[in-house]
Design a protein around this ligand. Structure first.
Ligand code: NAD
Length: 206
């Protein structure tokens, strides 16, 4: 039998892990991304096991409509996900194909998706199965909580030991997570989205 065709849209953290699973299962795997750097990095890691394709309307149509499984994993920081997979594409897919919209927590990157839960994770549109669980790591709550804590606990310890102001001043990554301080919006994307003035975090904390 020919291998199943898996298409991953967005080759970041989520996309790379989806590719790892699909390659491991021997699928015919393609990643679409608009970032040349992301495609380069994935090509170096997966070699000939992965087809890397620059994402645009034409390539998205070609690969999505011929896929058995599409994983949507795009992210534009601070903004809603763009609707990359249109309803027309879904209509043109083979019956029983599967769409997984991981970006659903940012509004979804497929026109036909809507958020679901683990209690009722899937639904059909044009006979294509949609899986759009907004909290997918909740399927393995213990493992995902440990993994998340390993990354986030050092920040909580720094906040507890140094106090918010000193901890934020000392760590650019923690500061990047600051949205509001002293009544000022300290995240550019949030300020733009809500129509407020942006104030740099260190200025707002001064
Ligand atoms: N549903 C869930 O349980 C769950 C879990 C984890 C992450 N997410 C979501 O998954 C999404 C991806 O997260 P991530 O950590 O992998 O992000 P990331 O920033 O690591 O990767 C996003 C990728 O999307 C690419 N991209 C952006 N616009 C694109 C476009 N128009 N066409 C093609 N590629 C494009 C970027 O170049 C980048 O490589 C986010 O929306 C995140 O919130 C959801």
């Amino acid at each position: 039998m020919p291998p199943a065709k898996v298409v991953v849209i967005g080759g970041g953290v989520v996309g790379e892990n989806a590719i790892e699973m699909a390659v491991g299962m021997g699928a015919d795997v393609t990643v679409l991304d608009r970032s040349g750097d992301a495609l380069d990095r994935l090509a170096k890691r997966f070699g000939t096991n992965l087809r890397t394709v620059h994402s645009n309307a034409a390539t998205t149509w070609d690969f999505v409509t011929d896929a058995d499984l599409v994983v949507g994993a795009v992210l534009i920081p601070g903004a809603k996900a763009p609707k990359i997979v249109t309803e027309e594409m879904v209509e043109a897919m083979r019956k029983g194909s599967v769409l997984v919209d991981v970006a659903i927590d940012q509004g979804g990157c497929m026109e036909t998706s809507r958020a679901t839960t683990h209690a009722a994770p899937t639904f059909l549109v044009h006979d294509v199965v949609h899986y759009c669980v907004a909290n997918m790591p909740g399927a393995v709550p213990r493992t995902s909580t440990y993994a998340l804590n390993n990354e986030t606990l050092p920040f909580a310890v720094a906040l507890a030991n140094k106090g918010a102001k000193a901890a934020l001043a000392a760590d650019e990554h923690l500061r990047n997570g600051l949205n509001v301080a002293n009544g000022k919006i300290t995240d550019l994307a949030v300020a733009e989205a809500l129509g407020y003035d942006y104030v740099a975090p260190l200025d707002a904390l001064a």
